[in-house]
Ligand binder design. Structure first.
Ligand SMILES: NC(=O)c1ccc[n+]([C@@H]2O[C@H](COP(=O)([O-])OP(=O)(O)OC[C@H]3O[C@@H](n4cnc5c(N)ncnc54)[C@H](OP(=O)(O)O)[C@@H]3O)[C@@H](O)[C@H]2O)c1
Length: 324
């Protein structure tokens, strides 16, 4: 067990250093096709969570520059308005809107989803980007462990509750979840809120990201041919405010070799633009290509079999009917 865990961490570090850095991006970009990014999104509605900063901001700007109508979901009005104005003026696209929602509150997520679906608009692209790595063991006002609340509970609840809007955009609708290569270090674990053992924020973040990848697979299987595609992705290691705050050591060690925010958002925008026939629903993407969900000899693959009871737990924690 200990040896396997050590192996996972070492393999992740080595793989990450070779691929997740800026030099990895530049190497992979040699295979990128310019025409992939020449697709327009005029008339399409995209919703991006955590759109005022880092990869979410770059994603919202990228989608707006392709003509999409973008709904930016942010928790702070001032930071959201500043980002909104910047995106409108940089892209010349006036169809960019701000929605305020603190995703650590499942009640706020539910109210926002009700408001959004009652607009009766098709939702072509949902980008579940907002996320955090909080090292302290914090409990939200609604009693949830904070990393889990934002990374998993909000992602799940929002996706499920805006499904009627996504289905209105079928067969073109897609959900893109910004996960992380950090998930390679953890199997799927039923202890969703880290109640067993000493709390470790980095481990909890990696577990949350593993849940996102397994959920993406589960959604793809469950939704069948309803015309909504589900994709998880890893942005690589990008120099965002989130990384500077939560992983200052990584930021320092890789100074000069971290990706820009645009490079981190590149695969999100690519996934939003590509014809669905080119994409595999349920898959994990990295640098415009399908990537493995498990590292070799990591012993994480079998854990995905636990996803059904885990979904039931998430639904129950979020006050959604189980088997609903
Ligand atoms: N950067 C990387 O190298 C990297 C690598 C792997 C995965 N990721 C993933 O990429 C995504 C974006 O991260 P980032 O690096 O761009 O970090 P970031 O700059 O900190 O951006 C995170 C965004 O999420 C928002 N957010 C956090 N908690 C929220 C809440 N309770 N309600 C609403 N919004 C909330 C933040 O809003 P505020 O500005 O108000 O805090 C911010 O807009 C995350 O899911 C992260 O796990 C990043």
């Amino acid at each position: 067990m200990f040896i396997q865990k050590a192996w996972r961490t070492a393999a992740f570090g080595l793989y990450g250093f070779n691929h997740f850095t800026k030099s990895g991006f530049l190497e992979h970009a040699k295979k990128f096709r310019e025409e992939d990014m020449q697709i327009r999104l005029d008339g399409k509605n995209c919703l991006v969570t955590g759109a005022n900063s880092g990869i979410g901001f770059a994603t919202a700007e990228g989608l707006a520059s392709h003509g999409a109508t973008v709904y930016m979901v942010c928790r702070n009005k001032e930071r959201g308005e500043a980002a909104l104005n910047q995106i409108r003026s940089k892209t010349g696209n006036a169809n960019v809107h701000l929605e305020i929602c603190d995703l650590s509150s499942i009640n706020q997520v539910k109210s926002f989803a009700t408001k959004f679906t009652s607009m009766d608009k098709p939702l072509h692209v949902l980008v579940n980007n907002a996320g955090l790595l909080e090292h302290k063991h914090e409990i939200t006002a609604e009693g949830l462990e904070l990393n889990f609340a934002v990374n998993v509970a909000a992602t799940y609840t929002l996706t499920e509750l805006v499904m009627p809007s996504l289905e209105k955009a079928a067969p073109d609708a897609r959900v893109i979840t910004v996960a992380s290569g950090g998930m390679y270090t953890e199997p799927l674990n039923k202890d969703l809120q880290f109640t067993e053992g000493t709390f470790d924020g980095t481990q909890q973040y990696a577990r949350n990201k593993r849940v996102q990848v397994a959920l993406t697979e589960w959604w793809a299987e469950k939704s069948g041919d309803r015309g909504v595609g589900f994709y998880a992705m890893h942005p690589g290691w990008a120099d965002t405010p989130g990384v500077a705050k939560s992983l200052p050591g990584l930021s320092e060690r890789l100074s000069g070799n971290l990706r820009t925010n645009d490079e981190g958002a590149d695969t999100v925008v690519w996934l939003a633009l590509q014809p669905k026939e080119k994409l595999a629903s349920g898959a994990f993407y990295f640098d415009r290509a399908e990537a493995p969900k498990h590292l070799k000899f990591a012993g994480t693959a079998d854990s995905h079999a636990q996803i059904n009871p885990i979904v039931d737990s998430i639904r129950s924690i979020c006050g959604l009917s189980v088997n609903g």
